[in-house]
Design a binder for this molecule. Structure first.
Ligand code: SF4
Length: 477
């Protein structure tokens, strides 16, 4: 998972871009990068890539001149966590800069084809492949829009992208709309600037007005102080799709709750997850019981659970904020972080029937630690309530789910929910059903057919090359 941000038109583009990236930090914290240019001097790029979380010095800001800036926060899946794999990527001939979010499934095929034509790669990053492919097509006579359409045709999988070429910013998205991307507008000091962000929270922080989601297979072209131009490429795409495949996991876990993505409110979505989960459990005895979240990603679902069940809400686990997100840490870090991340409030938990709401169970080890922690804090019973269905299959579109062999609910592991309940040592385990997850999507005014559930039901929206089916996880990002 990664986050992208772009600013077109405002003289202090870099500063706004850094603020936007700061608000997308939850999407990746291993590397970050920013590249700026100017609509008038569009062959000059100022590029900075750094390890870790977004942190820029005054000197960086001074260096990052220009009225167009694009930036990226990254968490790596298969590719190494180094600066070559960090984004944005630049190409010097023809001069362009590019960043993207999402993993593609035919990376190796396209890379081999380009390498045969003499294209050199410095990384294993999907974004570099897409940037070099666009550069190759433009170099061989295509205009940028035609090059993007060809990329949409040839590259399979997820990409929400920003390309800057000749002083214009192009934002576009794969035909299935797997990863989110929105745009907004800001008027300041007489300038109109256009902002592209993975989530609307990035627009809020720089006081940009949300305009709309960029549609799947749409290309939006931004120029300083001009109205954007939209092109629908869906008619020019081979194997066009009847339905989109928005990643439902973005709504369950990844996006920030104040964001709107896929034309729905993440907050409302998560609250409904909790409401449906409580309904699944039937009438609960409120007396001597409490409900709480595993903070922060399940806070809103726990609130919905409490409102529906009438079981009193308590903050039973306090999160230590400097440990980062467990899901996007490496294996060793994850083990350590799970232990360090939460501290139970013993006075609240003691002798209570505890309903603890979490967004998912991946390997099961973190959940077991939480159950043990609550029991050690004196809980009478611990009922683990999961606001998503079991994750049984790996994701190939940019979320770092582990191998099938590591996923506790996969057919290669425990699969059966009773066994998982035993593994995590809970008194009761309740997963949200896939039907209720679809009900939540319906209640948010969207069609469940436009969402991807592949990590839950194994129905992948793209063809997967044979090596992908057996591989551990998405390619790289
Ligand atoms: S497989 Fe799961 S995590 Fe991956 S895109 Fe589909 S819903 Fe999202």
């Amino acid at each position: 998972m990664c986050g992208i941000f772009g600013v077109c038109g405002y003289e202090e583009a870099a500063l706004s871009c850094i603020h936007g990236l700061y608000y997308l930090q939850h999407r990746g914290e291993k590397q970050w990068g920013i590249c700026t240019t100017s609509a008038n001097e569009h062959e000059k790029f100022n590029l900075i890539k750094k390890m870790g979380r977004v942190e820029a010095t005054e000197y960086d800001i001074v260096r990052l001149k220009g009225n167009i800036a694009i930036g990226h926060v990254r968490y790596p899946t298969a590719g190494p966590a180094d600066l070559d794999n960090a984004q944005p990527h630049i190409v010097l001939d023809p001069p362009l800069m590019y960043c993207a979010n999402g993993d593609i499934v035919n990376y190796t095929d396209i890379r081999k084809r380009l390498e045969k034509k003499g294209v050199y790669f410095a990384s294993r990053n999907d974004g570099e492949l897409e940037a070099k492919y666009l550069a190759y097509l433009i170099q061989h006579g295509k205009d940028p829009v035609d090059a993007i359409v060809q990329l949409m045709n040839d590259v399979e999988g997820a990409f929400s992208s920003i390309l800057v070429y000749k002083g214009k910013m192009y934002a576009f998205r794969d035909k299935m709309g797997i990863r989110p991307i929105v745009y907004g507008m800001r008027k300041k000091n007489g300038y109109t600037s256009w902002i592209v962000s993975s989530e609307t929270c990035g627009l809020d922080v720089i006081k940009a007005r949300f305009v709309r989601e960029i549609k799947p297979a749409e290309i939006v072209i931004f120029s300083p102080n001009k109205e954007p131009k939209s092109l629908d490429a869906s008619k020019s795409i081979r194997n066009s799709v009847k339905h989109y495949s928005h990643c439902v996991f973005e709504c369950i876990y990844f996006a920030r709750p104040e964001s709107c993505i896929f034309n729905l409110s993440v907050y409302d979505f998560r609250k409904l997850l909790g409401i449906y989960l409580a309904r699944q459990l039937g009438e609960l005895r409120a007396e001597n019981s409490i409900v709480g979240s595993v903070p922060d990603s399940s806070n809103v679902a726990a609130l919905g659970f409490h409102q529906e069940s009438k079981v009193p809400f308590e903050f039973m686990l306090i999160r230590h904020h400097s440990t980062g997100r467990t899901f996007i840490a490496s294996k060793d870090e994850r083990e350590e972080k799970a232990r360090l991340k939460y501290n139970p409030v013993r006075t609240v938990i003691k002798d209570k029937n505890v309903y603890v709401v979490d967004d998912s169970i991946v390997r099961g080890t973190t959940s077991r630690k939480i159950v043990r922690m609550l029991k050690n804090a004196g809980a009478k019973t611990v009922n683990l309530c999961i606001s998503s269905p079991p994750i049984r299959f790996p994701c190939f579109y940019g979320i770092d789910t582990p191998t099938k062999a590591e996923l506790i609910a996969s057919s290669e592991r425990l699969f059966d929910e009773k066994k998982i309940q035993g593994f995590v040592e809970a008194d009761h385990l309740e997963y949200l059903t896939i039907e209720n997850l679809k009900n939540v999507i319906r209640d948010c005014g969207q069609n469940p057919d436009d969402f991807c559930f592949a990590c839950m039901d194994g129905k992948y929206p793209t063809r997967l090359p044979a090596y992908k089916k057996s591989s551990s996880k998405g390619h790289c990002q």
